[in-house]
Design a protein around this ligand. Sequence first.
Ligand code: GMT
Length: 382
Amino acid sequence: MKIGITCYPTYGGSGVVGTELGIELAQRGHEVHFIAYQQPIRLNTKQPQIFFHEVTVSQYPLFEYPPYDLALATRMAEVADIYNLDILHVHYAIPHSVSALLARQMLAAQTNGKSRKLPFVTTLHGTDITIVGADRSYLPVTRYSIEQSDGVTAISHYLKQVTLKEFEIRNPIEVIYNFVNCDTYKRDPKAAENRAEFAGKDERILVHLSNFRPVKRICDVIEIFDRVQKKVPSRLLLMGDGPDRSQAEWLVNKKGLRNQVEFLGKVDRVYEKLSIADLMLVPSEMESFGLAALEGMACEVPAIATAVGGVPEVVEHGRSGYLAAVGDVETMAGYAIDILADEKRLREMGKVARWEAQSRFCSSRIIPEYEKFYERVLERAA
Ligand code: GMT
């Protein structure tokens, strides 16, 4: 198949999923065309079946708000026409599904025998529904573009239910879970050696990976770590960047943790750091899935997370990690201290986490679900 993919190219779960999906599809022989305003952050491969088409938004003095969604629609239609795309897959409903809808209509309306079909699939990721999409100023257009999609997927059952309820969507939504490449994301056999760069021999390594948005509750990460390091010698590696980084830096300073906490910024190969870690902290206010937790699990790193949204579909309390209420840093720190103090249980839990990631969320299992979904959409649209 020739597949166009649009996602947010910057740091964020939906962009990561869209990009990794494209890479996996290309490895399975499909031709993949990324259409976005910037090369997606994880698109650092040189596979011949992968193309990137930049969307440039022209500036004009009249445009206080340059119309990106229109430039995107135009580029989608152009790329579909030139490269003969079979299908377009957009990640994150706003504004991508609206642009895809426009592109589909533009291509269908072409005259002189040039009219062509461009079915599109929308994958809902979370905040496009729970925060941005639920805003009254976006809700009607989001609902419309979801309903107009030729196929809709959600990354967890939780998100499917919220979308059906809040948006009163009438068309079916298929749940296709997020995935991880279990050959890339795995425990580093040289973990013990490589840890030396970040921690002493007797220190534990805790990690957090996010876009540092308020929803991630980065200060809770610091609060939990502060409690943990008082009982268990440990280090905290923070991967990612975003609006709450300076607040986090301030809190780290205030608590006198500068020597134990490392802000690594945006990291390219996150698996290298995950595969040497002992525990992951995911104290988010909301997660429709919790991709970071899954990536850690594949590397045998159990997560201490909040029991919100779709997280309980990924992390099983007491088996592959621990779940607590949002903001309950005491309980989360308690879980972390207990498990870090018990090497045998920590490693067993890591193995269970890996097994869960492999048996339920491995790309080799999930990508064929997307392929079958595309085939069904194409059949219906034919
Ligand atoms: O979490 C974010 O702020 C980014 C957001 C996105 O769409 O880029 O993440 C959402 O999609 C991820 C990938 O599907 C999920 O793993 C995250 O749980 C989800 N975030 C939220 O629901 C807050």
